[in-house]
Design a binder for this molecule. Structure first.
Ligand code: ZN
Length: 262
């Protein structure tokens, strides 16, 4: 899994594709695969119950599970639905690009993604950094920002920063605004400064997140850096050969928060 890369890739694509893309569906596409899955991977507490996948990696990337959200076909289906309901090709195309970038980016970790689902449930994985989502949000962050994930996100920060011109008001007004009516509607409802801030939000979110997690992992805590392939090796990384699954969809685990009775 990647962290800041999903926030920043849309701006790099915006820089190269200009008026051929619309940044909002591009960003939504880039977030889409994790939007509906990641909360359940790490678990949330709701009304005293902990909702968490029994097997987080299987749920997040596998089948049965929600791994289909990380396939190329999922992007195509949602893009076609967008086209059907909105008749806006640029929205459908931009969503598709964002979602594909996400699915391809996540092949960088040791679990990888089912890119060609439903043709095959094979996980395509480059295995450059450890998948540690099953260890919980904080440990996962500590591991990600101590391995090659830290470098990968750093590359996207560099690329997005080199393309800083896309963040300027003049670029927004000349290239982004005319191509997408969402911005015209936003301008009618919000002050100009708020609209620009909205346009830049994912960029600043990605950069701040990267800086904050790096400081958290290596200044506030002392997670050991391990930039070797597939690392950090101090974390129990999962691989594409996921643990055996029971038949049926991923089950929800209802755990009592007291931790002793259930
Ligand atoms: Zn993902």
């Amino acid at each position: 899994m990647s962290w800041a890369a999903h926030d920043l890739e849309p701006y790099a694509m915006q820089r190269h594709l200009g008026k051929r893309v619309a940044i909002i569906p591009l960003i939504i596409g880039s977030y889409a695969p994790d939007l509906t899955t990641k909360w359940f991977v790490y678990g949330v507490s709701l009304f005293g119950f902990k909702l968490k996948a029994d097997n987080p990696a299987q749920f997040h990337r596998g089948w049965p599970g929600a791994g289909f959200t990380h396939s190329l076909a999922f992007g195509v289906v949602i893009a076609l639905l967008i086209l059907l309901f909105t008749r806006r090709r640029i929205w459908a195309f931009s969503f598709l690009l964002g979602q594909w970038a996400h699915a391809l980016t996540d092949t960088g970790d040791t679990v990888g993604t089912m890119l060609l689902f439903p043709v095959t449930t094979h996980h395509f994985s480059v295995g450059a950094w450890a998948y540690a989502g099953q260890t919980g949000r904080f440990n996962d962050a500590g591991a990600y920002f101590s391995g090659l994930g830290f470098v990968w996100d750093g590359i996207w920060i560099a690329l997005a920063t080199l393309g800083w011109r896309v963040l300027t008001r003049s670029y927004f007004e000349e290239t982004v605004l005319p191509g997408d009516p969402i911005w015209t509607w936003a301008q009618a409802a919000l002050p100009g400064a708020a609209v620009i801030a909205l346009y830049r939000a994912s960029f600043f979110y990605g950069v701040s997140r990267w800086v904050a997690w790096v400081l958290w992992a290596h200044v506030a805590n002392s997670y050991p850096m391990d930039l070797t392939w597939g690392g950090p090796h101090w974390v129990p990384a999962l691989t594409a050969s996921l643990p055996p699954v029971r038949a049926g969809p991923a089950r929800m685990a209802f755990l009592c928060p007291c931790g002793s009775c259930c």
